[in-house]
Write a protein that binds this ligand. Sequence first.
Ligand code: SF4
Ligand code: SF4
Length: 177
Amino acid sequence: MIVKRAELSFFERLYLPTLLGGLKVTARHFFRKKVTMQYPEQKWTVPPNYRGAPYLVKDQVGRTKCVSCQLCEFVCPPKAIRITPPGPAGGSDSGNVEKGPLEFDINMLRCIFCGFCQEVCPEEAIFLMNDYSLTGTSRQEMIYDKDKLLALGGVHQDRIQKWKRKAQEALHQGVAP
Ligand code: SF4
Ligand code: SF4
């Protein structure tokens, strides 16, 4: 079966109405409010509860809040977190309380920004922040180590106050904290 091609009318063969129609659309958009964002110089302002990249935080006196309990490593669905605990010697800078991680890596190529690590953390040591644009020139560069995570996370007020509690207990027992 041969389908007969419809003949163009004289008006359609002029192409002028189609051309003018296209120009009309262009002109309409030309005078509209600009929506093009000059990325990466300009970035979206994300809402306060936005779930971006997870970073480690320090408390108000600069201590690493993470105690390397490894709950986040266990719960992370794509296994993006790798923690090396400090071992039996532990961290020595704050007595028995300190058990900061020896190593703490997050593979940002694997992370799906689900927020499970933040929810499960008993120490409020890891938070999903506003970063949604992570770039690197190699896979290795996208594995953020402890120092980088702490630098990006910054300082958060320690609402748990475990240090204070320990210090108070030690005072009650007459032992130096
Ligand atoms: S946000 Fe989710 S995927 Fe990313 S490190 Fe945390 S638990 Fe893993
Ligand atoms: S970030 Fe939180 S959950 Fe993960 S190891 Fe440290 S203290 Fe545990």
